[in-house]
Design a protein. Sequence first.
Length: 200
Amino acid sequence: MDIILTAKVGTNADLFPGILNIFVPKGSVVADVTYGKGVFWRNVEDGRYTLRATDIVTDNIDARKLPYDAGSLDAVVLDPPYMHASGSIKESIAGCYRNNTSTAFKNQAEVRQFYLDAAREAWRVLRPDGILIIKCKDMVEAGKQVWNHVALMSIEGFRCEDLFVLVQQTRPIIDPKWTRQYHARKNHSFFVVLRKRRLT
């Protein structure tokens, strides 16, 4: 048996299948609500799951307002943009989630709120004991640590089942104007695995 470890150096496609193997049984109905180009799924066996792949860019389907019936899914995958747009950061796909306005996320508080709103919608569409897999990354904003993975491990209505760490293969981009370092440069991200709690 190949042992699945909590940490891996590689790509999303390298780590993601192991998470599914532990928490999402074969034949499950899975909605990847931030599918993009499907990079998570490149190493997942075709036909193993019934995949509902949607994305704000290609389908105009917002992860906070999904077209699925309540309790109809076995698992939801959520990989929202965790970099907010600013003058010093290239605007990410967050620009597609405009909160019904013309601007992308302005700060990590808005990014965090998006996670929570999307998780609330995932709770609605998941069956009892369904699995929510969230990709996230911690950040430094205005010189302060933003521990996104910690907040996401305790979302109301879910129980945290596991935490996976993905270490990137390449060196993080460093702005050459930086002359002093105040925090370690983050070269890892997380997959938080949550299980929908049953109502009591």
